[in-house]
Design a protein around this ligand. Structure first.
Ligand code: AMP
Length: 222
């Protein structure tokens, strides 16, 4: 199963992706994380992407599509992939569908985590990620057991450089002007699950997993 998580920064995509990976035996392909790794490794792609990330702008489509497809390709012992942060616009979604069709694969569902902008701003101001694996924590809503340390791997937590108020607003503008149209794109394909992302983390996970199983039942019946 290939699942897309659509959601603004702070909607809980990263947190839910981590849980779905464990629950459904999926591989996580988080485009932002893949780009930050390429930057840290100093690859040509990383060097080309860096100025865009620094500004909070989207990188050009051709830089990101190959990176995500490559991540989906390394299947190993998993049931599919959960895409977090990709696609970010309809052009990327179309390109993804085309490239997957060539490989006889497809996207099965797209879950939109719906959270109002004011709540996103509040959540992002408290967000920290771990250095080892970008596990996401929040000092207000989802604190680690030991302050400043990741529960999962013991690495230290830091605030992302693009989580400043100015860049957060820039990234949210892009989401609500551009990325949001993915809900129509996947809605028309009958693949959209609209999830209330304002509730507790466990409730959101439950809503996604039950939405996915209902979807499977509907398809089997239909
Ligand atoms: P994220 O970690 O998902 O918030 O992504 C961080 C940054 O990586 C974004 O602000 C963009 O600069 C870049 N990025 C991540 N995913 C994409 C994408 N699908 N298309 C273009 N740029 C992306």
């Amino acid at each position: 199963m290939n699942l897309i998580l659509i959601g603004a920064q702070g909607s809980g995509k990263g947190t839910q992706a981590q849980r779905l990976v464990a629950l459904l035996h999926l591989r996580s392909c988080a485009s932002g994380e893949l780009l930050r790794k390429a930057i840290a490794q100093g690859t040509p792609l990383g060097r080309a992407a860096q100025p865009y990330l620094d500004r909070g702008d989207l990188v050009p489509d051709d830089l990101i599509i190959g990176l995500v497809l490559d991540c989906m390709e390394h299947r190993g012992d998993v049931q599919g992939s959960v895409l977090d942060g990709f696609p970010r616009n309809v052009a990327q979604a179309r390109a993804l569908d085309e490239r997957l069709m060539e490989r006889r694969q497809k996207i099965d569902a797209a879950a939109y985590l719906d959270v109002p902008r004011e709540m996103l701003l509040d959540r992002l101001s408290g967000r920290y990620v771990c250095r080892a694996a970008e596990h996401v924590w929040n000092v207000k809503t989802n604190p680690p057991r030991v302050p400043g340390i990741c529960d999962y791997d013991g690495s230290s937590l830091y605030q992302r450089p693009d989580d400043t108020p100015e860049k957060i607003n820039r990234r949210l503008d892009i989401f609500f002007n551009e990325t949001i149209h993915l809900t129509d794109y996947y809605g028309l394909q009958g693949k959209l699950l609209r999830i209330d992302g304002t509730g507790a983390i466990d409730d959101v996970t439950h809503a996604i997993v039950s939405g996915l199983s209902e979807e499977r039942v509907n398809r089997a019946v239909g």
